[in-house]
Design a protein. Structure first.
Length: 160
């Protein structure tokens, strides 16, 4: 049984991670647009970090009675739920691998971690698992685009 990943297995894994990163960037760009869309003139500083953007949207929408607020909060909750996965895939370096059956699993982690926080465990993931999560991100991105369009249309109608 081979213990060294083939060139093809490595390429497939790295392609899956690359697709994940690009899809995450799309979703976060849509989140940025949503933050810009729901800001108020009194908002002089807008959040830059993901956690800040999520908090901003939740704070802004939790008491709103608009038709889009419940869906937006549901999408935000799902993005927030994937934040640790994002952290693992984007910041986790390859620190090992295993081949189980015919499937390559990469172990991702970081040696140095922030102080005063629980240590993040390593994750073991296959290209197929990364692709599955990336497909979910693509669906979230599509929902975000629909939400942006409806929010924009609603804002145009209320400004008339």
């Amino acid at each position: 049984m081979a213990t060294t990943p083939t060139h093809s297995e490595l390429r497939s894994f790295y392609a899956a991670i690359g697709r994940f990163i690009l899809m995450w960037a799309d979703v976060e760009n849509y989140l940025d647009l949503f933050v810009l869309m729901i800001r108020k003139p009194t908002d002089h500083r807008l959040p830059h970090q993901l956690a800040g953007k999520i908090k901003f949207v939740r704070d802004r929408l939790q008491f709103e009675q608009t038709a889009n607020a419940p869906e937006a909060l549901k999408i935000i909750d799902e993005i927030d739920g994937l934040a640790n996965t994002r952290h693992d895939y984007i910041h986790g370096g390859r620190i090992g691998h295993s081949i189980e059956g015919a499937v390559l699993f990469m172990k991702l982690g970081r040696w140095l971690q922030p102080p005063n926080r629980p240590r993040r465990k390593t994750v073991q993931v296959s290209a197929a698992e990364v692709e599955e999560i990336t497909d979910r991100l693509r669906e979230l991105g599509s929902k975000m685009l629909d939400l942006l369009e409806r929010t924009s249309q609603n804002r145009r109608h209320t400004q008339k």
